[in-house]
Design a protein around this ligand. Structure first.
Ligand code: FCB
Length: 525
């Protein structure tokens, strides 16, 4: 096996094991008695949610309740983005949905700001789209930004400021200009696998810091770097797609790290203005972390696979960006020829930790590598947990696990995403409340410095390869109406109640309906 982050995951997941791979059949009760659960029963390490103790959870003063979005998922007319081209290729997006048929955020800017206000949000995370500002290579090289694009983002920032809403800006949220990621030429280096990506991304970041630094303090360079890498170069769920190859992916991931570092330094160089937070640029990534459980907690290969996946997915990158510890061969040790400890080129290149949390994965040493939702190393093991419309397990207790794991980095944490696809608006309130509850307990009981929570998403939107089916919004979009009306969900009222009072009671959660079955979306894995 050649080296590489996911090569190691692959090694772990294809390791020999005496037992059969899970069949995908529902779990049966096994031989264990009802009151003596069998710890070796497949899936036994994933237990139902039991709320942490206490009658109420209060959030620290100034805790930032907000909502999140991304340009490609809500804007119309991003015709020079790789995702725009990708969505035009048959079979890439469920039902052939197209981003242009989405919420059309620029035309509804006032509606979205009004929605934030109505939900009691004090913060909004959104992206500035590289392909809107620089639609062509020539426009970038000559530094001739699209004036209408710049004006649109300034208009949004002003409207947010007038409404007292704090911005957090992502400068790369999955979509890349098509002049850097050309899906018609997948055999040539594309996207982050290009050698020029780090300097170009640094330049892009520098210009954004200069242009918007007086209005923005909080920056995300790259959203979910590892999801992007796996999705683009290994799973084929994101552009540029095939040839899918683990070395290709790892090569791109290393260049992505360089691009982030260039972006981090450039934003600090160009944004020296405090826009109101008490500091100028504060820069990080939005990192998708999750809980990895062994399929069979009594099987050594499953335990090892879960541990390795956890390290690679949850720690490998932040170890590099916070401590400067670069594990080039991704073996969990820092003794390889290209490994480095406390490398000053990497160390301290995040000012806070961005955390996107969506749940739990089961890992088996006997399984071949699988991709679900663009993520590696977990299988479709049926569990008894309630599910989202994406068929993801709902696992609020995992929030505390991932937060505790981040504690060693000693940096403030923002929850940059967390949310649920729920077309019926039947489960969203409970999901929101249970997840916020566990964050509150992590702050109070585990001493974890969480400063804010951005619900994904403000409105329903274009959910990448799943199209418009998953409805994550605090506000429902009526896609059939040209007015694209934003209608509040029940969860938006609960969100406001929690944000306004800065607290959540156990009684509030108990009064919410129990989870009901999801409306599964096409392609839900
Ligand atoms: C995350 C993405 C975000 C959205 C949610 C559901 O992985 O960052 O754009 O699609 O999942």
């Amino acid at each position: 096996m050649r080296g590489g982050v996911l090569a190691l995951i692959l090694t772990a997941l294809t390791a020999c094991s005496s037992k059969d791979a899970p069949s995908g059949a529902p779990l049966d009760a096994g031989d264990a008695g009802a009151d003596a659960p069998d710890p070796c029963k497949p899936g036994a390490s994933i237990t139902p949610y039991v709320r942490s103790g206490g009658a109420e959870t209060t959030f620290p003063a100034g805790f930032r309740f907000g909502a999140a979005s991304a340009g490609m998922q809500i804007e119309k007319g991003l015709v020079h983005a790789d995702w725009y081209q990708w969505a035009n290729v048959a079979g890439k997006v469920a039902r052939g949905d197209k981003p242009d048929d989405g919420p059309d955020a620029f035309a509804h800017l006032e509606d979205d700001v009004a929605a934030l206000v109505a939900a009691g949000a004090k913060a909004y995370r959104f992206s500035i789209e590289w392909s809107r500002i620089y639609p062509t290579r020539e426009s970038f090289d000559k530094n001739e930004p699209d004036a209408a694009g710049l004006a649109a983002y300034h208009k949004l920032l002003k409207a947010l400021r007038d409404a007292g809403i704090h911005p957090m800006v992502t400068i790369h949220h999955f979509a890349t200009p098509d002049w850097l990621d050309d899906i018609t030429k997948p055999k040539e280096p594309q996207g982050f696998e290009r050698d020029e990506m780090a300097p170009l991304f640094g330049e892009w970041a520098k210009r954004m810091g200069k242009e918007f630094g007086a209005e923005v303090d909080d920056w995300i360079t790259i959203n979910e770097p590892l999801v992007l890498m796996v999705g683009a170069y290994l799973a084929g769920a994101h552009p540029p797609g095939p040839p899918l190859d683990i070395d290709r992916m790892f090569n791109a991931a290393k260049k992505l790290v360089k691009a982030h570092v260039a972006g981090y330094r450039a934003l600090h160089e160009s944004d020296t203005v405090d826009a109101g937070s008490g500091h100028a640029a504060w820069v990080s990534i939005a990192k998708h972390n999750r809980v990895f459980k062994p399929y069979d907690a009594c099987e050594e290969t499953d335990l090892t696979a879960a541990k390795k996946t956890d390290y690679l997915w949850n720690e490998w990158l932040y170890n590099a960006l916070v401590f400067g510890d670069w594990d080039d061969d991704a073996d969990g040790k820092y003794d390889g020829p290209n490994d480095k400890k406390a490398d000053p080129a990497l160390k301290g290149t995040v000012d806070f930790l961005g955390l996107n949390y969506y749940g739990v994965s089961t890992v088996s040493g006997a399984l071949k590598l699988k991709y679900i939702g663009g993520l590696p190393a977990y299988d479709a093991l049926p569990t008894d947990l309630p599910k989202t419309d994406m068929n993801w397990d709902i696992y609020p207790q995992g929030f505390r696990d991932v937060l505790r794991q981040l504690k060693k980095y000693s940096l403030p944490i923002y929850i940059t995403e967390n949310g649920v696809g729920d077309a019926k608006d039947a489960n969203k309130s409970r999901y929101l409340a249970e997840h916020l509850w566990e964050i509150g307990r992590a702050i109070a009981d585990d001493g974890i410095d969480v400063r804010g929570y951005y619900y994904w998403s403000l409105t329903d939107n274009f959910e990448w390869d799943r199209g418009f089916c998953p409805r994550f919004g605090l506000f429902r979009i009526d896609y059939a109406s040209p007015a694209r009306t934003r209608t509040p969900t029940k969860a938006s009222a609960l969100f406001k109640q929690i944000a306004d009072s800065n607290k959540l009671t156990a009684a509030t959660i108990d009064a919410l309906p129990a989870y009901s079955s999801p409306t599964l979306c096409p392609g839900a894995r």
